[in-house]
Write a protein that binds this ligand. Sequence first.
Ligand SMILES: [Mn+2]
Length: 332
Amino acid sequence: MRHIIIFPMSIESQIDVILQAQRILLTTHRNSDGDGIGSLAALYGALKNLNKQVWFVPVDEVPKRYSYMLENVDVCANPDEINADLLIILDTNHGELCNPLFQNSINKNRKVLFIDHHVENSKPHPLIFRIMNLDAASTGEIVFDIIKTLNVPINDFIASALYSSLTFDTQAFKLVRNSARSHSIAAELAGHQINTEKIQRALFAHWTPEKMKFLAELIHSAKYSANNKVVGLSVTLKQLEKYKLHGDDVNDIVDMFTLIPTVKFAYFIRQAEANEYKVSFRSALNDYAYTVATRLDGGGHKSSAGTWLNADNISSIEDRINNELRLLKLLD
Ligand SMILES: [Mn+2]
């Protein structure tokens, strides 16, 4: 495991960075998800309550299924026109996943605050601040604590966004990291005028007949090895096109394969560009997913992690993954 650098990163030590800023940009990692968008929307609501000027700057297209959280959120496509004094990045501490916005902000001498629950990977920098909690099952839980520290009352908008964030990253409260926190925060949020069932469906009930057909093809092409301890999946752009699917539509499929009790490690290679692939790793009751991801320049959580790789083809990526699995003695 990579060396973890300890920074002052508690909420109390970093809260002034937020309080001192007047014009604030918010963003989350490319390929945004329900936790990134939910925690961002909730923080947006809280900062508005403090009379800050706030804009959401997307670094790529936000999947439609998350747009219900962004009603009444000011979206800014051209941050160069805004003389902002702070950029807040949620749900990642990899600035590169928010470029060019991140690098432009550093170049402009703008402070950057990361709010995240992924393992720390960056070096100290005078412009970079961090609020990190690796025990949080979602970035939404950290934003909940920040909102409490800021003394902002939670309204229905914030409650709905935070509940979405928690629901998404815990996969509907399956992955709560052995902590009662996710449940107790969710209980408080559910006391507001929010429709928890509607939120669940908005986040997860987006399958299509095409996706079902795609799943059938994927089930047939799954590669099992090491006595079904390892399963590998892959999809090309051509296949996605055939089934009218976007990349984000299929990110959840790999999780299904970890429901096979023998499977200790599952990977999913998805072609994103001609020579660029998003690779997701899942493991059950071990940290192989994180170990393999970091060895391939990615990151994430113990049992759910990923990376982006440039390669000529899928089999060269499979070779790299299998090499790592041999080092872990998962493969012979
Ligand atoms: Mn997250």
